[in-house]
Design a protein around this ligand. Structure first.
Ligand code: SAM
Length: 212
């Protein structure tokens, strides 16, 4: 895997290597110019490139998009600054616009890093333990189960005995139940998308019974 950062100024044609200008019609802030951006993307984009523009107006980034992007051979991220881009960048390049959330950051670099990190860890061979990516929150539309490590007891808080039992089947079932408990409590919206096996239905019924 190779990560390369490109400087838009390499595609400018004036002495000052200008990449931004004032907006037509006036108003605050600067706008990234159309020529260097279009020329840069045209030079860097190949037949196997998935071209993404980071924008608060894009579709929301999440696990499903990360999975989709992890299958691509070449990702090209276009990061904005200032007020963003001359609208013709969108009209000409027709990017896939991605937002990392409903808030505005200063530039697209941090969103690009967020997307890259989430995507790269899904590529087979990147994580030491493939299982952990499959079990992480959102991978199965469920939040992850709680984890514990040594010591077994700290300030009166004990590790659940099942985790010390060595019984792998009981541990698996406990983890699944706790993942369902967390998801039900913190993100009930996810539960409808989670695969509900017979076991899940039983565990959810147990949770309901426990809640009274
Ligand atoms: N004027 C733009 C608007 O209101 O939609 C905001 C521009 S923002 C200050 C500058 C750049 O930061 C954007 O072009 C984009 O690349 C990046 N950016 C800011 N917030 C983002 C978000 N939530 N997701 C993805 N990129 C974002």
């Amino acid at each position: 895997m190779r990560i390369v950062v490109h400087d838009l100024r390499n595609w400018t044609h004036d002495r000052h290597r200008t990449v931004d200008d004032r907006p037509y019609g006036g108003g605050a802030g600067m706008v990234l110019k159309v020529e260097p951006v279009v020329e840069a993307v045209e030079a860097l984009r190949g037949p196997k490139t998935r071209f993404l523009l980071l924008s608060p107006q894009g579709r929301r980034f999440g696990h499903e998009v990360a999975k989709e992007l992890s299958l691509e051979e070449h990702l090209l991220f276009l990061c904005g600054r200032y007020e963003g881009f001359d609208e013709r960048v969108r009209l000409i390049l027709k990017p896939d616009e991605i937002s990392i959330g409903d808030y505005v950051l200063t530039g697209g670099e941090v969103p690009a890093l967020v997307v890259m990190d989430a995507v790269i860890r899904l590529i087979p061979g990147v994580l030491g333990d493939e299982e952990s990516a499959r079990e992480n929150s959102f991978a199965q539309h469920l939040l992850d189960h709680p984890d514990y490590t040594r010591p077994a007891s700290f300030r009166g808080f004990d590790v659940p005995p099942v985790l010390l039992s060595g019984d792998h089947e009981r541990i698996r079932r406990w983890r699944r139940k706790e993942a369902l408990r967390r998801t039900k409590g913190l993100r009930p919206d996810l539960l409808s998308k989670a695969f509900s096996s017979q076991e899940d239905l039983e565990l959810l019924a147990e949770l309901d019974a426990e809640a009274g």
